[in-house]
Each structure stands twice: as structure tokens, then as C-alpha cells.
Design a protein around this ligand. Structure first.
Ligand SMILES: *[C@@H]1O[C@H](CO)[C@@H](O)[C@H](O)[C@H]1NC(C)=O
Ligand SMILES: *[C@@H]1O[C@H](CO)[C@@H](O)[C@H](O)[C@H]1NC(C)=O
Ligand SMILES: *[C@@H]1O[C@H](CO)[C@@H](O)[C@H](O)[C@H]1NC(C)=O
Ligand SMILES: *[C@@H]1O[C@H](CO)[C@@H](O)[C@H](O)[C@H]1NC(C)=O
Ligand SMILES: *[C@@H]1O[C@H](CO)[C@@H](O)[C@H](O)[C@H]1NC(C)=O
Ligand SMILES: *[C@@H]1O[C@H](CO)[C@@H](O)[C@H](O)[C@H]1NC(C)=O
Ligand SMILES: *[C@@H]1O[C@H](CO)[C@@H](O)[C@H](O)[C@H]1NC(C)=O
Length: 459
């Protein structure tokens, strides 16, 4: 989903900025300390860099292109720095695989692999290891993490379909790890129990692999975690209650796995959450969680494809920053709260299709100026579709209404586009003002209405 990509890249930029700043300061300090003496990389690391490069891409004559000390001149992505403790010059970053002109790491050839993974143990002061589209034909197995020094901060494998193996059990002692990104690979097996001991971890993106088993251990000590993305694996079990301790989590994505049980109430502790995607799992019961009402920073909430049941709760009053809601195929009954159309001013996508919703389509949806996709098909909605021709023209085919036998459109609307019947008598659109079913569930509608009226008066 494109939201995910956006969020990760935003965070990555933040991280690399602070890294650059830090490296620069270290460099200045080191220059002051060492004066004019010529920096030198030790020969073991120099040779190991050549051998890794040659194994990833033998078409490039690395030794003749970069014959000098790799700390004075190295390919983009090979970074030297003064080690914090020893003050010696060491390789601290290795990034492979061309990403863009701004990030032109050494290209990996289509048949690239690493003949000797133990080469990594030469880099005692490595902070970052990054592979983008390097293992695409030749199999390569994720090395045991004990090969790396305990100072490793970023381990990144993106789109390496022939990367196999599993995360090693000793992951818990990589306590410097800030970013663990293994996505688009064939890595399988379980998430090791030590995962919860990575107390400095800020991003865990383990999406699009073949991971199985449950989310292990106690997560509540991972206080710095901002991104937990385990989407598109074969993971099972319940969401652990300790998830609620992740008070700085911004993105939580478990979509397209086989998680089950109820969505735990402890998730209300995720107060900073901006993006929640639990869609396409086997969560059952409990309805749409009421605690969402307290997650005031939410921008996207996707729960589609789980048998949650219940009515759509009236929780939208404080959630005006939401731009996407996916509640397709979740077994919803009852009416669509008018408050969704009143409060969710930034909404661009709303999916409520394939439920058992009844009642009318709130005319208020028409006022959502950014709305570009509204899926209401396959429900039991009834009455006249209250939208103007202007609004229908704007959303066009991104408004889906078919499969609601009691729904009708006015004469003049291109019926075939929506596959609903033409209204044959005057049927009133439903709105909060004319709605007779005045109950406690309508209180939220009134509050949003008052807020909007108040705003108009002030203006
Ligand atoms: C990869 O392919 C190149 C030709 O494109 C060849 O020279 C090289 O030996 C191959 N390397 C491996 C590891 O198969
Ligand atoms: C890492 O953890 C494993 C157990 O998971 C332990 O056997 C090993 O000694 C630890 N290594 C270091 C360097 O602490
Ligand atoms: C998780 O760890 C925290 C802090 O160490 C502790 O207070 C809590 O009881 C633990 N929870 C579980 C379920 O083990
Ligand atoms: C929202 O937060 C308030 C204040 O912490 C709390 O009293 C209330 O129970 C929460 N609501 C839900 C539905 O969790
Ligand atoms: C919205 O926020 C206000 C103020 O923080 C709070 O009093 C109210 O209960 C919240 N509404 C909902 C539905 O959570
Ligand atoms: C709605 O979106 C606009 C533009 O993206 C943004 O500036 C604004 O803060 C959003 N509103 C809320 C309540 O988040
Ligand atoms: C759809 O709604 C009508 C009343 O509008 C009701 O008679 C019918 O049973 C409903 N069908 C389903 C499948 O809920």
C-alpha cells in the first residue's frame, strides 16, 4: 500500500539526516585530534571490501577503479569513519544495490551473491549494512547475526527475493540496532523471542517475507519503536497484549497474515499511532474498536477482511485528520453514521462495501471535498442516492453502489455506471437534521455539526 512506502521513506530520511550530522561531527573531532596525518584503512578491511564488491558484481574492476586507501576514495555506499571507542579508521557503512542517482550504491549484477559471508566478521565497527535488489537469482542465506559487531545499528535488505534463511536466535543481543528492515525476501521461520529485547529499535519492517509463528516475547520495553510492519507474511496467533506499551508507535501494519483472536483492548495505549492496518487477517468479534476515538493523530485505519461484526461506532469526532478508512468485508450491520460525513474533513478513501449495512446514504458525504473513492457496494442500503451530478461527476467510477437492491438514483444519472435502479417516487435523502432515529449514537453528529456551525459563525 502506498501509504506504507511514504511513511517509511519519511522516517528513513529523518534517520539518515541525524546520521550525517553525527558523522560530520565525528569527522571534525577526529581531524582536530589527528591533525594532518594521512588516514589509513587497515589492510584486512580494505581487502574484504574488494572481495565483497567482486562477489556482488564481477563485471566492474573494483581494484583498479579504487586503487587507493578506501578511506580517501571509495564507491558511494562504502563509508569509513573513526570508531567511537578505538579512534581507528574503520568501515562503518556498506550499502549495495543502485537505488537512485542520489543514492548510487555499487550496482549488483543479476547473478550477484556473496561467496564468503564470513567476510562480514572483518568489519568490527560496522554500523550499517544495506542491500537493495542484490540477491535476485543466486540464493544467499541471511548470515548469523553474531558475525556482525554488537555496534550494528541498521540491517537492511530490500527486494532480495533469493535471500533465504531465518533471523537468528541471538538477535536480542544486537542492542544497538535502530533499524531492522528485511522486506521482499524469502526469509522464513519465526521472529526470535529476543526481538522484544531490542530496546533501541526504531523501525522493524519485516514485510513481504515468509515468516511464520506468532509475535513473540514482551514488546513493552521497545519504547523507541515507531514502525512495526509485519505485513504479507504467514504469521499467526493473537496480537500480544504488551503491544500497548509501544507508546511512540506511529505505524502498525499486520495486514495480509493469519492473525486471529480479538483486537486487544491494550492497543488503546498506542496514542501516537498515525497508521493502523490489520486488514486481511482472521480477527473476530469485538466490532470496530472504540479506542480508535482516542488516537487523535490517526491518518489511516484499515481493518477490511476480518469478521469484526457490530455497527460502525460513532467515534469520528476527534479524528478529522483521517484520510483513509477501510472497513470492507467486516460484517458490519446498522446504519452509516452521519458523523462520518461531517467530521472526517480530510477523507479521501472510504470502503464500507460487502457488509450488511442498512438505511440511507448520508448526504453529508458530498461535503467531503477531498473524497475521491467511496465503496458502498454489496450492502443493504436503501433510498435515494442523495448526491448531486457535480459530485457524481467528480468521483465517477470510484463511487460503487451496486449490490444494494433497495438503492436508487435520480433520472438523468448514468444508471449503468452504478448499476442501481432509477427512483420512481420521491424518496428523501437521509441526514442528521431529518433523521428520526434520534438516539445516543447521534450525539457525535450533533457535536461535529455544532463545531462546524461555530466555525462558520466565527468566519
Ligand atoms: C555473472 O555473470 C557475468 C557475466 O555477465 C560473469 O562474467 C560472471 O562470472 C558471473 N558470476 C557468477 C558468480 O556467476
Ligand atoms: C548472544 O546471545 C546468545 C544467546 O541468544 C549467547 O549464547 C551469546 O553468547 C550472545 N553473544 C554475545 C556476544 O553476547
Ligand atoms: C513486560 O515487561 C514489563 C517491563 O519489563 C513488565 O512490567 C511486564 O510485566 C511484562 N509483561 C509481561 C506480559 O510479561
Ligand atoms: C479515551 O481516553 C480517556 C482519557 O484517557 C479515557 O477516559 C477513555 O476511557 C478512553 N476511551 C476509550 C474508548 O478507550
Ligand atoms: C474528543 O476529545 C475531547 C477532548 O479531548 C473529549 O472530551 C471527547 O471525549 C473526545 N471524543 C471522543 C468520541 O472520544
Ligand atoms: C487535513 O489535510 C491538510 C492537507 O493535507 C492538512 O494540512 C491538515 O492538517 C489536515 N487536517 C487535520 C485535522 O489533520
Ligand atoms: C434488506 O433490507 C430490507 C428492508 O429494507 C429487509 O427486508 C431485508 O431483509 C434486508 N436484507 C438483508 C439481507 O439484510
Amino acid at each position: 500500500m502506498h501509504f506504507s512506502a511514504f511513511r517509511s521513506s519519511q522516517l528513513s530520511m529523518g534517520f539518515s539526516f541525524s546520521r550525517v550530522t553525527f558523522n560530520f561531527l565525528m569527522f571534525v573531532l577526529a581531524c582536530i585530534a589527528i591533525g594532518n596525518s594521512q588516514p589509513m584503512l587497515n589492510s584486512v578491511e580494505q581487502e574484504s571490501v574488494y572481495r565483497v564488491l567482486e562477489s556482488l558484481n564481477s563485471d566492474v574492476p573494483w581494484r583498479s577503479l579504487f586503487p587507493d586507501d578506501l578511506c580517501s576514495s571509495a564507491p558511494h555506499g562504502v563509508v569509513c569513519d573513526y570508531a567511537t571507542v578505538t579512534g581507528t579508521l574503520n568501515i562503518v557503512e556498506l550499502s549495495f544495490g543502485y537505488v537512485s542517482d542520489y543514492n548510487s550504491n555499487p550496482t549488483c549484477s543479476t547473478n550477484s551473491t556473496l561467496f564468503d559471508p564470513s567476510l562480514f566478521s572483518s568489519f568490527l565497527h560496522l554500523r550499517k549494512l544495506f542491500f537493495y535488489e542484490c540477491f535476485t537469482q543466486q540464493p544467499f542465506f541471511l548470515p548469523d547475526l553474531s558475525l556482525f559487531g554488537l555496534g550494528l545499528e541498521e540491517l537492511v535488505f530490500i527486494n532480495n527475493p533469493t535471500l533465504f534463511g531465518s533471523l537468528s536466535d541471538n538477535i536480542g543481543n544486537m542492542t544497538s540496532l535502530r533499524r531492522l528492515i528485511i522486506t521482499g525476501t524469502s526469509v522464513s521461520g519465526k521472529i526470535p523471542i529476543g526481538f522484544g529485547e531490542l530496546t533501541n529499535l526504531e523501525e522493524a519492517t519485516l514485510s513481504r517475507n515468509s515468516l511464520t509463528g506468532d509475535i513473540p516475547g514482551n514488546l513493552s520495553n521497545m519504547k523507541k519503536l515507531k514502525v512495526l510492519d509485519l505485513s504479507q507474511n504467514g504469521l499467526t496467533g493473537k496480537i500480544p497484549g504488551t503491544i500497548g506499551g509501544l507508546e511512540n508507535l506511529l505505524k502498525f501494519d499486520l495486514s495480509s497474515n493469519r492473525f486471529s483472536g480479538e483486537i486487544p483492548e491494550t492497543m488503546k495505549g498506542l496514542r501516537a499511532l498515525e497508521f493502523l492496518d490489520l486488514s486481511e487477517n482472521s480477527f473476530v468479534g469485538g466490532g470496530v474498536p472504540l479506542f480508535l476515538s482516542n488516537m487523535s493523530k490517526l491518518q489511516g485505519v484499515y481493518l477490511s477482511g476480518n469478521e469484526l461484526g457490530g455497527v460502525i461506532p460513532d467515534i469520528w469526532e476527534n479524528l478529522s485528520g483521517i484520510n483513509g478508512i477501510g472497513l470492507s468485508r467486516v460484517g458490519l450491520v446498522g446504519e452509516i453514521p452521519v458523523s462520518m460525513g461531517v467530521c472526517l474533513r480530510n477523507l479521501t478513501y472510504l470502503g464500507l462495501d460487502n457488509n450488511k449495512l442498512t438505511g440511507g446514504v448520508p448526504t453529508e458525504f458530498e461535503k467531503l471535498g477531498l473524497l475521491s473513492e467511496l465503496n458502498l457496494h454489496n450492502n443493504n442500503l436503501s433510498g435515494r442516492v442523495p448526491f448531486s451530478l457535480g459530485f457524481l461527476g467528480k468521483v465517477g467510477g470510484k463511487l460503487r453502489l451496486e449490490g444494494n437492491p433497495e438503492l436508487c438514483v435520480d433520472e438523468g444519472v448514468i444508471k449503468s455506471l452504478y448499476n442501481v435502479k432509477t427512483c420512481n417516487e420521491v424518496e428523501n435523502p437521509r441526514s442528521a437534521l431529518v433523521d428520526g432515529t434520534s438516539s445516543s449514537t447521534r450525539i457525535g453528529d450533533r457535536i461535529c455539526r455544532l463545531l462546524i456551525l461555530f466555525g462558520v459563525l466565527l468566519w
